[in-house]
Ligand binder design. Sequence first.
Ligand code: MG
Length: 443
Amino acid sequence: MDRREMLEALGFGAAGLLGLAGRRQDASAAEYARATKGLPPLKITDVRAILTAPQGIRLCVVKVETSEPGLYGLGCATFNQRPLTVVTAVNEYLRPFAKGRDAENIEDMWQNAYTSSYWRNGPVLNNALSGLDQALWDIKGKRANMPVYQLVGGKCRFAVDCYTHCGGGTLAQVEESVRRAMERGFRHIRIQRGGYGSPHLSKQADFKEAGFGAPVDSNMEVRPYVKGTLEMFEHIRHTCGDDVELLHDIHERIPPIEAINLVKRLEQYRPFFIEDPFSPEDIGYFKLLRQQTCVPIAMGELYNNPHEWVGLMSERLIDFIRVHISQIGGFSVARKIAALGEWFNVRSAWHGPGDVSPVGHAANAHLDLAIWNFGIQEAVSFNEKTREVFPGAPTIEKGYMHIHEAPGWGVDIDETLAAKFPLPEHPGYWEPVRRPDGTAVRP
Ligand code: MG
């Protein structure tokens, strides 16, 4: 007896069974519509990457369109150093993967898109995935007619406290920069003496005289940077007072044991946090650092693999988790990191430089508003062109970031205007930094 004969013997026609499946689908669609006050199921109809550089920075935003006319979402996929690789990952791989799939089950989409390449956790694929993930959260917010922070629990604070960047080549210039930021209302200020690692304090590079490397390569010595940074903290505490919160980014520019020594010596100036003491390759040094000093540590903008942050957080080796949300795979991952941090009292300090799009800054801010263990947010200043390309970009007032209160992220993109700001000709490499003998320095 074949399958059809068996079904007929049991009193079901095969056509009858198919009809039953169809009726079940209709019934479940009707139940869904009742539960969602008349909304039909939502499918993804297109996924594409948009590049623009209104501030000279290579921004990448992913737009996801749906079966509901006019309903789309935006997500940040900005990888300033390799933007075209992200465009390929989105347009050539994520688009065919996501098209026709359900736009509503964000976690399910994330899990399956994540493993759709089999190999995973790299910056290109994570940024592409973030674009899709954040766009789906934007869509969910728009559909629910709520800002995304409402979907994840509502507000824990009225606005997002931020730190801003101050610096200068001389101590007087750093001081002047700090005073101006304090006048603008910032309570948290990151101070740097010149560029990362204070290369201007280093002597003439021997490698250049020897004709080693390229003329654009810069030179950075350990000792002048360490001495200059200690002098800067001493000067700013002396001239700007004890109340202002001071931050500093080592940017992994010195050997780990030198970083431990520097952080210990900075303890007397009560920094709010010291950022990125060690390269991702030197994670094992955090235990040694913790045994030597209680200076708060912020870490993580280069991380893209959960193994890089889970141990540091659960072993209480850092105080602020500072991942770049698009680089770890998006808002969905950042929410989980925040939840993990709550139980170890590791606070958030999401990476928020110029090479995060206004959509990405809004995603940072929505999460900052909704989580209990928010720490601080890196402030960004958009120029007028960026604000025109991205209507609804977050704003900063008296050191607080405010989102545009609207459904989803509250940020849109003017694609016609975006196309008027093509990427700069320079591909956007992170330029080499060397020791005097020419040895490459890792950021
Ligand atoms: Mg940094």
